[in-house]
Design a protein around this ligand. Sequence first.
Ligand SMILES: Cc1ncc(COP(=O)(O)O)c(C=O)c1O
Length: 338
Amino acid sequence: MEPGDEFIASNRLYGGSVTQFGKTFKKFDWQVRFVDVDEPENVQKALTPKTKAVFTESLANPGGVVSDLEALAKIAREAGVPLIVDNTLATPYLCRPIEWGTDLIVHSTTKFLTGNGTVIGGGVVDSGRFDWAQNDKFGGLTQPEPAYHGLTFYESFGDMAYTTHAHAVGLRDLGPTMAPMNAFLTLLGLETLSLRMERHGQNAQKIAEFLEAHDEVAWVSYAGLKSSPYHALAKKYLGGSGGALFTFGVKGGYEAGVKVVESCELLSHLANIGDTRSLILHPASTTHRQLTDEQRDAAGAGPEVIRLSIGLETVEDIIADLDQALETAAQVTNNAAE
Ligand SMILES: Cc1ncc(COP(=O)(O)O)c(C=O)c1O
C-alpha cells in the first residue's frame, strides 16, 4: 500500500479492524471501501484502478458469518490483486484458505493459536502463489527497494518475495517483533491446537443447540446450526463447524443481557476470545457502549445481544451455568416489569 491506494474489505470484520482500516489507515492516505461480501459482486463493483487488495475474515468475529472464499478469490485474481483472509476465528484446524485461492492469511495468535489468553501476537502466512509482477501495482516488490540497498525482492526471492520483504523491511522498520518468551508460549499452545479446536467446536455446537431451544432466547447466530443462513458455507469451508465464538439474543433485552452476564458463575465476564475458559460479554453495556443505538445495531451489538467464546470445560457445566443465569435474568426482568 502507498498513499492514495485503496483496498476493499468486508463490512463485517472484528470491530478493531474496522476502526484500524476506517480511521487509522486514513491518516496514511490508504482508503478502505467496506462492502457486504455476502454478495461477492459488491466487491466487483467496488474495484477501481487504485485497488490493491481484498480483505475478509473466513469466519467473522463475533461469529456466525462465513465468507465465500472461493468466489472472493476469483474476483481478486481477475482484478490482479491478492485476497487477504483473517483466519483468527476459524484457525487452520477448521479452514485452510490457501486451498480456496487466498494469497495471504493473517492471524491474531493472541486467540486460539496460543490458546490460553497469555500472549499477544500476530502472524502472516504467505501462500507464495501471488504473481506480483502481473501488473504495475506492487512496485515495492517488483522495483528496486531503496529501503534495502536497491534490491528487487520479487526478482531475487520469487515466491518468498513478500515474506522476505516483510522481514527485511517491515519488521525492521515498523518493529512488530515478538518477544522470545511470547514466541515460546505461542509455539507451546500451537502443539495442542487440533485437540482444543475439536473440543471448542463440539462444546459450542451443543451450547448453540441448547440456546436455540431455550424459552428465554430470541435467536442464536451460529454457523454450525442448520437454521443458520451460513450453514452451507460452514460445511464447505469449515467442515460444518461454526467455531467457538457466537452471539445470541435474550428476550428480555438490555436489562436481561446485563443480568445474564452478572449471574454467570462458571463463565468469566471478559472481552478476550479463544481462551481455554468460557467467556461471556454483553457488548451494548461494555465494549460498544460509546456507540449510538444505530451504530450498535449495525455492529451486531444491539441491546439484547450476548457474545460467547466457548472454552474447554465439561459442556454440561457450561450449559448449567447459562441456564441458571438465563432463569435468574428472566425472574429479575419479569419482576421489574410487574
Ligand atoms: C478476527 C480478529 N482479528 C484480529 C484481532 C486483533 O487481535 P490482536 O489484539 O491480537 O492484535 C482480533 C481481536 O479480537 C480478532 O478477533
